[in-house]
Design a protein around this ligand. Structure first.
Ligand code: COA
Length: 422
C-alpha cells in the first residue's frame, strides 16, 4: 500500500517546548513531572504568552492507571497546571502515545478548530518493581496470542533482532555500537537518565571494585565491557542490559499554534511540515520481523506531505527502545537500504558529527523512555536543535530539517513527523 499525499488544512508551528529530567524520582508523581515540563515550556516561549490562551490539551499517556493507580489523567493534569476547563484528551497508543497526541494537536489546529494547543506526554513507571512494569508493558502486545506464550517487550525485540541478524548477517557489535553512540550523546544531555558514556560507566565500576578491594575486571574498552556477561547480562537473547531502554519517569510538553499566529510567540518558530501515521497487527501476525511496515508507511506519508525525502533530513530522533529498533528504523525511514543500517552504525554514520546524526538527545536508550512521554520528548530535541539551542550536542551548520519516529508496541502504531527551521 502506498501512502496518499495529504496536506494539512493550514500550517502548524511549534513555538515552545519543555521537558522534565528523565530518570527515577520516587518523590514525584506524574503530575509533578508534567508541571516541570510545562514550566520549562512557558519559559521557552521567546515573546512570553498567557497560558490562558491555550484552547485544548492532548496528552499522551500509556498507563497511569496501572503505574500510578490514576486513570483519567488528562483532565487531572490540565487542572494541575491551571488549564481546566479547557478540553483535555488522553491519547493511548502504547509508546507512541505522545507522538500521536502531537499529530492530534496538529490536526485540531489544521482543522481550524483551535489556534493554540498544548501537547504533552507523561509516564511515571518506577513506582512498580521491574517485573510488574514488564507485565504492564507487555499488555501493549497481543494479550490473546503473545502474552500467554511468554512474550515481554525485551522478548519481542529479541525476536526482531534475531530475524535481522539471521537475514543480514549483522554482528552483535552493531547493536553495541548503537548503545555506545547513544550513551555518548546522552552524556551531553543534562536531562538524560544516563548522562554518562558507557566508558564512564565502566570506569565507575572499576573504581568501585578497586575501592572495595575486589578483583579488577580486565576490560580493554567499551566493547570488552559490553561483551562481559557479568557487566552486561543477557535480558532476552541476543539483547543485553545495554541494548535496552531503561524504566523511566518523565514528561514533555509542546506548544503548537496556527502558522499565522507563530510570530506572536517567537521570531524563531519551528514548522511542522510533515505528519504520517499507520498501524499494523501484532508482531506474531506479520510476515517480516526485520522491518516495521507501519513505520515505512508513516514515513512515506510524512515525506509526501513535507515534499522532501530521506536525503533532505539533517537529523532524526528515532524510537530506539532497544538497540535493534534503531537499526531497523534507519532502514524503514529510507536513510540506509535494507540490511545496511547495521553497517552504517558500525561506520559511525549516525553519530553527532556525521552527515545525519541519529538520536542526538541520547535516544530512548540513554535519555530514558517514560513511554507516554517519549514521542513528545523527541520533538523537544528537534525544537532545540533546529533553533541552535542544543548546547554541547548541537548539530553544526544550522540544521534545517529534522524527523521524529515514534513506535507504539512492536510497530502496531507508528507516527513520523518532519520539522523545518523557521
Ligand atoms: N541500560 C543500562 N543500564 C541499566 C538499564 C539499562 N536499560 N537499566 C538498569 N540499568 C542499570 C542500573 O543503573 C543499575 O546499575 P548499577 O548496578 O550500576 O547501579 C543496574 O542496571 C540494575 O538496575 P535495575 O533497575 O535493578 O535493573 P533491572 O534489572 O530491574 O532492569 C531492565 C533492567 C533491562 C530489565 C529494564 O530496564 C527494562 O525492562 N527495560 C526495558 C523497558 C521496556 O521494555 N520499555 C518499553 C520498550 S517498548
Amino acid at each position: 500500500m502506498k501512502a496518499k499525499a495529504r496536506k494539512l488544512g493550514r500550517g502548524v508551528a511549534l513555538v515552545g517546548a519543555g521537558m522534565s529530567k528523565f530518570g527515577s524520582f520516587p518523590e514525584k508523581t506524574g503530575r509533578d513531572l508534567f508541571f516541570e515540563a510545562f514550566r520549562e515550556l512557558l519559559a521557552s516561549v521567546d515573546k512570553g504568552f498567557d497560558p490562558r490562551e491555550i484552547e485544548a490539551i492532548y496528552l499522551g499517556n500509556y498507563s497511569s492507571d496501572l503505574f500510578e493507580g490514576q486513570g483519567h489523567i488528562a483532565p487531572i493534569i490540565a487542572d494541575w497546571v491551571g488549564l481546566a476547563p479547557r478540553p483535555a484528551t488522553r491519547i493511548e497508543d502504547a509508546c507512541a502515545s505522545s507522538g500521536v497526541a502531537l499529530r492530534q494537536g496538529a490536526l485540531a489546529i489544521a482543522s481550524g478548530l483551535y489556534d493554540v494547543v498544548l501537547v504533552g506526554g507523561v509516564e511515571k513507571m518506577t513506582s512498580l518493581p521491574t517485573e510488574r512494569v514488564t507485565d504492564v508493558l507487555a499488555t501493549g502486545g497481543d494479550a490473546l496470542f503473545e502474552i500467554p506464550a511468554g512474550f515481554t517487550f525485551p522478548g519481542f525485540y529479541a525476536a526482531m533482532a534475531t530475524a535481522y541478524i539471521h537475514k543480514y548477517g549483522a554482528p552483535l557489535e552493531a547493536l553495541m555500537r548503537v548503545g555506545i553512540k547513544n550513551h555518548k550523546h546522552g552524556a551531553l544531555n543534562e536531562k538524560a537518565q544516563f548522562n554518562l558514556t558507557i566508558r564512564q560507566i565502566m570506569e565507575n565500576k572499576l573504581a568501585k571494585a578497586k575501592a572495595q578491594g575486589r578483583p579488577l575486571p580486565s576490560w580493554a574498552g567499551e566493547l570488552d565491557f559490553l561483551r562481559d556477561e557479568a557487566a552486561n547480562p543477557v535480558i532476552a537473547w541476543p539483547l543485553r542490559l545495554f541494548d535496552c531502554s531503561p524504566i523511566s519517569d518523565g514528561a514533555a510538553a509542546l506548544l503548537l499554534v496556527a502558522e499565522e499566529r507563530a510570530k506572536d510567540f517567537t521570531d524563531k518558530p519551528v514548522y511542522l511540515i510533515g505528519s504520517g501515521q499507520a498501524s499494523d497487527g501484532a508482531l506474531h501476525s506479520r510476515p517480516e520481523l526485520a522491518s516495521i511496515r507501519a513505520a515505512k508507511l508513516a514515513a512515506q506519508e510524512a515525506y509526501a506531505m513535507a515534499g522532501v525525502g530521506p536525503k533532505d533530513i539533517r537529523l532524526a530522533e528515532v524510537h530506539d527502545c532497544f538497540t535493534i529498533a534503531e537499526l531497523i528504523a534507519t532502514e524503514d525511514l529510507g536513510f540506509f537500504p535494507p540490511g545496511e543500517g547495521w553497517k552504517a552504525a558500525m561506520e559511525g554514520l549516525t553519530s553527532l558529527h556525521s552527515p545525519r546524526p541519529i538520536n542526538t538527545s541520547g535516544g530512548l536508550k540513554a535519555k530514558g523512555h517514560p513511554v507516554g512521554a517519549s514521542g513528545a520528548a523527541q520533538a523537544v530535541e528537534l525544537w532545540q536543535q533546529l533553533r541552535g539551542q542544543a548546547g554541547p550536542r548541537q548539530v553544526p551548520g544550522e540544521p534545517a530539517l529534522g524527523l521524529t519516529h515514534n513506535v507504539g508496541g512492536t510497530g502496531q502504531t507508528c507516527v513520523v513527523h518532519i520539522f523545518r527551521r523557521g
